[in-house]
Design a protein around this ligand. Structure first.
Ligand SMILES: C[S@@+](CC[C@H](N)C(=O)[O-])C[C@H]1O[C@@H](n2cnc3c(N)ncnc32)[C@H](O)[C@@H]1O
Length: 237
């Protein structure tokens, strides 16, 4: 039931989500390519999955580096946007409708499982981490990008800027374990509790600067700190 509501919300948001950055997609892709170059082994063509791909920017950026990429999302309308963007950037990505907590892909075939702004909206982040573990090859990387979306600087809860958000998520959000206090430290502890090793994290300052440059009132005014990225390795079995 909650998943149906979450899907309906993102179907509804799909047409305008991230549109404010649409004409800056090349600039954004360049930032992601630089971030990925910093964490991926050089020279190898990898198999990657972006879960909760939305408009597909990260999947498309990875594919533009020559990697084999699958994008998964609950929302078919978001997948349509990802397909449009992939066509516009002339890259091939495989797109699949599916749930992050039950991903319709095979065990042990992937070098990288990536998600951006997904963890906070999962009812059961433990199941997601189990799924990442299942899909990854030994030594593969789980990369989680997320942010402190719902806190004010003083730690109090922030009001949403979208009325529709409250309408759809109002009853669900209190039951989402990573919606509140979505910190890199907490994600690190969660990853370690699922057997991931070599866990590190950083704030994505260059991406944050990109967001602020292109939407000063929205992003800069909206969030208390830059998005964070946690990188964790599936340890040898
Ligand atoms: C905040 S958007 C982020 C989209 C994209 N990753 C980005 O950063 O531009 C969250 C995305 O996760 C998807 N999503 C939410 N819950 C999901 C789930 N359980 N499984 C797969 N996708 C999910 C939504 O449909 C939406 O596309």
């Amino acid at each position: 039931m909650e998943k149906d509501k979450i899907m309906e919300y993102w179907d509804h948001r799909s047409s305008e989500y991230h549109r404010e950055y649409a004409d800056k997609m090349d600039e954004e892709m360049e930032i992601w390519r630089s971030i990925f170059s910093g964490i991926l082994p050089g020279g190898e063509r990898i198999r990657a999955v972006e879960v909760g791909t939305g408009p597909g920017i990260l999947a498309i950026s990875l594919a533009s580096m020559g990697h084999n990429v699958t994008g998964v999302d609950l929302s078919e309308k978001m997948l349509e946007r990802a397909a449009e963007n992939a066509r516009a950037k002339k890259v091939d990505i495989l797109l699949k409708k599916g749930d992050a907590e039950n991903i319709p892909l095979d065990d042990g075939k992937y070098d990288l499982i990536l998600s951006k702004y997904l963890l906070w909206t999962l009812p059961d982040p433990d199941r997601y981490m189990n799924e990442c573990n299942r899909l990854l090859k030994s030594g593969g990387l789980m990369v989680i990008i997320d942010g402190s979306w719902f806190q004010n600087r003083d730690g109090t809860d922030k009001k949403s800027r979208h009325t529709r958000f409250d309408e759809f998520y109002g009853d669900i959000k209190p039951n989402l374990p990573m919606a509140k206090h979505n910190t890199p430290e907490r994600i690190k502890v969660l990853a370690e509790s699922h057997g991931f090793g070599e866990v590190s994290w950083s704030f994505l300052d260059d991406y944050d600067a990109f967001l602020e440059r292109n939407d000063p009132e929205g992003h800069a005014a909206g969030y208390i700190q830059p998005p964070h990225m946690v990188v964790a390795k599936k340890t040898e079995a």
